[in-house]
Design a protein around this ligand. Structure first.
Ligand code: C2O
Length: 613
């Protein structure tokens, strides 16, 4: 057990048409009626600050006392009362993967203060001028030259990400008296691995992480305006690995990347073995968009708008230590599960492997395995864009985050540039302006206008099943648990949907898979389409109206070898139904599953519920 410092609780039918060309490239952002984010914080104003979790190499302890457990809704992943409270989080090194830099003394931790100094302007990496590239190279060269033990070193920075997703951080549930009195029998259950992915912790933790990374780089070159370039993969001209990362002689280079992908169009809704098309800068300049670009823009429309309307859908579900009986892991939001995950897996090299904390071999290094992702400098620019997507969602699209103090007061400790350990809470990082940086927008947000319009199936508003009703009646329902096999698409016929008047204000219809079981040591993905014949379902990509989303998981560490995990998967389908004409009293749809990887079992049939998103 490492890092125990003083007081250390440390812590459908084919009438195929060509999809419409997506964007009106001339669209200006103002046409979308920008809304400013309204004050999103603060019911919690009078509460005591609670350090629900703290991190880096140490401590997390909640002050108990507040019962923040909300009524558990039908699809709330948490059991009532089992929120992260009173947890001790500690980092446990393994042979090949140490914990990041030595834990600071709890007494030396200072609370985060908003920065002063010039505004850091994060620019699109593919448009960065030579001056910025040179600065970044110099800064990163210096960062790489620091001894590994220095918390500011590149090795330490990469190790932070590794530790937080490869099982190094673990927590032990507090021992509580049994309901009838007395204490639970020993031995205690083994500690659980803590992960900053697959829950509402994802967005704020990564914002904190690259914030400090950026400041450390700036300080190493004496430039307090140094800003991370962002990988603008949401703009067609940025849909390729930025040039600055490709020079093998540069500190920005990483050898562990798929060599066939570095000069190809990045595929945001990536299926292994799918299209690899050489990037054509002239074509994108002239707005000649191929299938990949159109699907990418539609993926972004889906993640940001069609399926990302509310905080739970976009940011992910709450982090829980105790889930419903058949669930073992949290649920990621669209910010994490769509373009973000696609880019990770796209860039990793399947022939480069490493041993994870659990002793299992993980390939797709560096970016395609979370344990090694931080070793690729492109990671930080990728995450700057993920961060920008969150910023656009909140500030341009006007969405609100969570108001739950459980989220707002979750805190982590990072070393800053001095280096000094700083405790930063989620509520500290909700506004990028207050964090002293902004994103320079150089191109219109074309994806804003990319609501899918192309149909695979003829519209049939009487049955809502695209002419497939009679067929559906002949289709035997699959038996659950259902083991998915690539190449065998499965129709789940006539899944009932709630009628309009069963849907309360503020609720959306969501397709829910209660329990999806898979091997966390492998990538996992299946797509979901509605009211399409199974023979053609595989061609229904994000630019088609019938596409209803995907379940996708990147290799994650921290599991026990051979152990599978079970997650709940929720796909908001309200807009999908509107788009395909499933309206009014159409009371059922055919749900078609398109497996993209082996090894996934769906334990129980999907349902459609109305819930807040
Ligand atoms: Cu912490 Cu993109 O992953």
């Amino acid at each position: 057990m490492a890092n125990a410092g003083a007081g250390s609780h440390f812590l459908l039918f084919p009438t195929s048409v060509t999809p419409s060309a997506c964007p009106a490239a001339s669209l200006s952002r103002n046409e979308h009626g920008r809304r400013r984010r309204s004050a999103m914080l603060c019911r919690a104003g009078g509460l005591d600050r609670r350090d629900v979790l703290a991190g880096l190499s140490l401590t997390g302890v909640a002050a108990g006392g507040l019962n923040l457990a909300a009524e558990s809704s039908g699809t709330d992943v948490c059991l009532r009362g089992d929120k992260i409270m009173d947890l001790r989080l500690s980092c446990h090194p393994s042979g090949s993967s140490p914990c990041p830099s030595p834990p600071p003394s709890p007494f030396s931790i200072v609370n985060f203060k908003p920065p002063t100094g010039p505004v850091r302007v994060r620019q699109p990496a593919h448009l960065a001028d030579a001056g910025l590239v040179d600065k970044y190279k110099l800064a990163l060269a210096r960062m790489r030259a620091l001894p590994d033990s220095d918390p500011r070193s590149f090795a330490s920075q990469a190790a932070i990400h590794q530790a937080y997703c490869d099982g190094h951080y673990q927590y032990q549930m507090p021992v509580r008296p049994l309901p009838g009195g007395g204490m639970p029998p020993m031995p205690m259950p083994p500690p659980s691995a803590f992960d900053v992915h697959f829950s509402w912790i994802f967005a704020p933790w990564h914002r904190m992480y690259i914030y400090f990374y950026e400041r450390i780089l700036g300080s190493l070159i004496g430039d307090d305006a140094f800003a991370l370039p962002y990988w603008n993969w949401d703009a067609p001209s940025g849909m390729v690995l930025p040039e600055m990362f490709k020079d093998p002689a540069s500190p920005l280079y990483d050898a562990n990347r798929d060599p066939t992908h570095v000069d190809a169009y990045v595929v945001l809704d990536y299926n292994k073995g799918g299209d690899v098309i050489p990037f054509d800068p002239v074509a994108v300049q002239q707005h000649r968009y191929n299938k990949v670009v159109k699907d990418n823009l539609a993926t972004l429309y889906n993640q940001m708008i069609r399926q990302g309307r509310g905080a739970r859908c976009f940011l992910g579900e709450r982090f829980c230590t105790s889930l419903k009986v058949n669930q073992k892991s949290g649920t990621a939001g669209t910010l994490e599960s769509k373009a973000h995950t696609g880019v990770h897996i796209w860039l990793g090299d399947s022939s480069k492997c490493t041993t994870g904390y659990d002793g299992v071999q993980y390939c797709d290094n560096d970016m395609g395995f979370l344990g090694t992702a931080g070793r690729d400098p492109a990671f930080y620019s990728h995450h700057a864009n993920v961060d920008r997507m969150w910023h656009i969602w909140a500030d341009e699209l006007g969405h609100r985050g969570f108001e739950d103090p459980e989220w707002l007061d979750t805190s982590f400790v990072f070393y800053d540039e001095t280096p000094r350990p700083v405790r930063v809470r989620v509520r500290d990082v909700l506004d990028v302006a207050a964090l002293g940086y902004r994103y320079e927008e150089r191109e219109p947000l074309q994806w804003l206008d990319c609501r899918p319009t192309s149909r695979r199936a003829p519209k049939d508003t009487t049955t809502g099943t695209g002419g497939g009703a009679a067929r559906a009646a002949r289709t035997p329902a699959p038996v659950f648990p259902l083991r998915l096999r690539v190449g065998r698409n499965v129709v789940v016929p006539s899944v009932r949907r709630p009628t309009r008047n069963a849907t309360k204000k503020g609720e959306l219809q969501v397709l829910v898979f209660d329990a999806v079981e898979f091997d966390p040591c492998r990538d996992a993905k299946f797509d979901v389409v509605i009211n399409v014949a199974p023979e053609v379902a595989g061609g229904v990509t994000p630019q088609w109206v019938e596409y209803a989303g995907s379940f996708v998981s990147i290799q994650r560490g921290g599991a026990k070898p051979g152990e599978t995990i079970v997650v709940m998967v929720q796909l908001p389908v309200e807009d999908v139904f509107d788009d395909i004409g499933v309206v009014g009293d159409v009371d059922a749809v055919n749900v078609v599953l398109v497996p993209r990887t082996e090894g996934i079992t769906i334990l129980s049939p999907p349902t459609i519920v109305s819930q807040e998103c």
